[in-house]
Design a protein around this ligand. Structure first.
Ligand code: SF4
Length: 354
């Protein structure tokens, strides 16, 4: 099918069946487009919607986001995962305030130079917010195109990915770029779904090779299998007499960068480690069942240890990266999901004056 026929059919379908009522589309605000595109990386629309509302209510524009504390930004991101996205949004907002009057740049190269914005995301923002002819290739588009062309090979391989960029470019029209970009993303999300695609509703099925072959679900080819490594960590959940819990802020980069977690101890002698590292004398109460948290590249097995401070709890406060956190009156700070879960369990087991 020619470029014009593919895009014409897709746009006709979009005019009838697209999703123009998604919250980030209603205002036609480039800032909303940017926030939503970052949130939608690796995350489904239904999950993103409440986060998007909370985030844009709290930070209505780039200037408000740039002025915010990173802790508040991470707090509003808690549960969405891939926290580097939130840190990059915050950094990018500061750069835009400094260099572009608090506005999203319209220039494609300038967009791509901002933290957290890769080639496809920059193209999506430029097309959706500024109607520029830019080519996107996100997970949804890769799925549509590998099926439509019955393209073999895992899209994570450079050669396959390059072929997909060429095909995506060949199908991108010269007009109605915002609508076309939204249309192909919507087709992938709602019709050409990963499992059980609705081919009978698809506007391009008459020329789709995988549909003709009867095997759309064979595309895209899966990534080569590999088993993820497992890392183990002990988290010491130290409580004081008032039921407050010691949390430590992680370094700004890396896994859970900038978030607050329980102190991680790799020493067999936990009380000695607490004394030497945190300046606290503790009593260990219970070793909880380990729980597993999976990242893209590894599994983390967490063994939580319930502990109580003996004597004064003030000494640890000499360390600026440490706070006593009150789970009953939580303040705004970013917490990884397993830490939030464990804090909830601690709240259930809190016994005053123990
Ligand atoms: Fe996807 Fe089916 Fe449409 Fe082909 S016909 S693009 S497999 S939904």
């Amino acid at each position: 099918m020619s470029r014009s026929r593919f895009s014409r059919r897709l746009l006709r379908w979009y005019d009838k069946h697209g999703r123009p009522d998604l919250p980030w589309r209603l205002a036609g605000n480039p800032y909303h487009t940017w926030i939503s595109e970052i949130m939608l990386q690796q995350t489904q629309v239904s999950t993103v919607i409440p986060y998007f509302h909370r985030f844009t209510k709290r930070f209505p524009d780039i200037i408000a986001l740039a002025r915010a504390d990173l802790d508040t930004v991470l707090h509003l991101w808690t549960g969405l995962g891939y926290y580097a996205r939130a840190r990059n949004l915050h950094r990018a907002a500061k750069i835009m305030v400094e260099k572009n009057n608090g506005q999203l740049p319209q220039d494609f190269q300038a967009l791509q130079a901002l933290p957290g914005i890769g080639r496809s995301t920059a193209a999506a923002i430029a097309a959706l917010a500024f109607d520029q002819r830019q080519v996107i290739l996100d997970g949804n588009v890769k799925r549509v195109l590998t099926r439509y062309h019955a393209l073999d090979g895992w899209p994570g391989e450079r050669a396959v990915e390059n072929q997909l960029w060429s095909l995506a470019d060949a199908h991108t029209p010269n007009k109605r770029l915002a609508d076309y970009t939204q249309a192909i993303m919507d087709l992938g999300a709602t019709v050409c779904r990963r499992v059980r695609p609705y081919c009978e509703r698809c506007p391009v099925r008459t020329s789709c090779k995988a549909f003709a072959q009867g095997n759309p679900q064979d595309y895209p080819s899966p990534a080569p299998r590999r088993s993820l490594p497992v890392k183990a960590v002990t988290m010491v959940m130290i409580r004081d007499q008032r039921g407050r819990v010691l949390l430590q802020q992680r370094p700004p980069a890396g896994v859970w960068g900038g978030l607050w977690t329980f102190p991680e101890c790799n020493d067999d002698d936990v009380p000695a480690w607490c004394r030497d590292t945190l300046g606290l004398s503790v009593r260990l109460d219970d070793r909880w069942q380990p729980l597993r948290h999976s990242f893209t590249h590894f599994h983390l097995d967490i063994t939580p240890i319930d502990a109580h401070v003996l004597g004064a709890s003030g000494q640890a406060m000499e360390n600026p990266d440490v706070i006593w956190y009150n789970p009953n009156k939580p303040d705004e700070r970013g917490l990884p999901v397993p830490v939030k879960h464990l804090l909830g369990k601690l709240r259930e087991t809190y016994e005053p004056n123990r």
